[in-house]
Design a protein around this ligand. Sequence first.
Ligand SMILES: Cc1ncc(COP(=O)(O)O)c(C=O)c1O
Length: 336
Amino acid sequence: MLPSREFSNVYIKDEGLNPTGSFKARGLSAAVTMARHFGLKKLAIPSAGNAAGALAAYSAAAGLGAHIFMPRDVPIANRVECDYYGARVTLIDGLISDCARKVADMKKEAFWEEEGWFDVSTTKEPYRVEGKKTMGYEVAEQLGWRMPQGIIYPTGGGVGLLGMWKAFEEMEALGWIGSERPKMIVAQAVGCAPIVRAWEEGKPSAEVWTEAATLAAGLRVPKPYGDYLILDILKKSRGAAVSATDQEIVEATRHWAKKEGIFAAPEGAASLVAYRKLLANGFFNADDIVVLFNTGSGLKYLDVLDTGVARTQSSATAAHGAKSAARQIGGIIGPY
Ligand SMILES: Cc1ncc(COP(=O)(O)O)c(C=O)c1O
């Protein structure tokens, strides 16, 4: 976790440094470890891209079969990495929800049980959340066991958010932290924002977002399976849900790269857009300690970031005036 060079009370938790370049490694390392423990042989996943890469890598290391179902238009890195890891890749004309339908249909077939298949979809198995909860433990540890006032999380299926909330409850039960909680903030893309819409309308669950479209591929989840859990956490934490346009996301990706030296995934850059909006409307003030999650590496999106709306963006970042970060926080090698 790095202190921001731009905002004195903001920290950026950079998940792009994980194996396979995204936070998805946390959940899938746990899920694959347990799958092997239970003797499963073939793991199926509907994925927006990065979860597929993580499943493929950990399955290769564990000697299990990875069967990937992802949209045909995923970022190229996701397709290529899965192929190199030896996974069986099926490209679907549609969104992650169409991929999930394909896996659900396969479950009805006799081979599913006979050959030891298992569905590791988000929130449909118990261990990915256990892996992802480590983000909550790390935030607390890296802030000296204090809770920040806010955590902004780019949300598709939402297990990162659910995992961190679980971590806070566990840490309180352990006596490591008190009952205080950060305001949990969902960041989504304007082109697919089912949680933001449900939150703004005060609904306890989300409706399917039709015609979902955003270059932040991981946020293209038309209806998260755990939508009601996410919305409940927003309510309990007195949080918020904020959406960002693709233009804002690309500008923020460039801004972070130039200002902070972090080449973020577009999904991660949505956190910065959300923070700016919440600072501008007074939801946060400059004294609040807020953790922004960058959920992946921009290196996995070179094709996406070098085309269309992305290429025509110019940075609004001022090259001068950057403040040195006070100190290095967290177990990565930083430039400070
Ligand atoms: C980089 C990145 N950020 C955020 C997300 C959203 O994650 P989740 O679906 O667990 O909410 C994804 C999902 O693919 C992703 O790849």
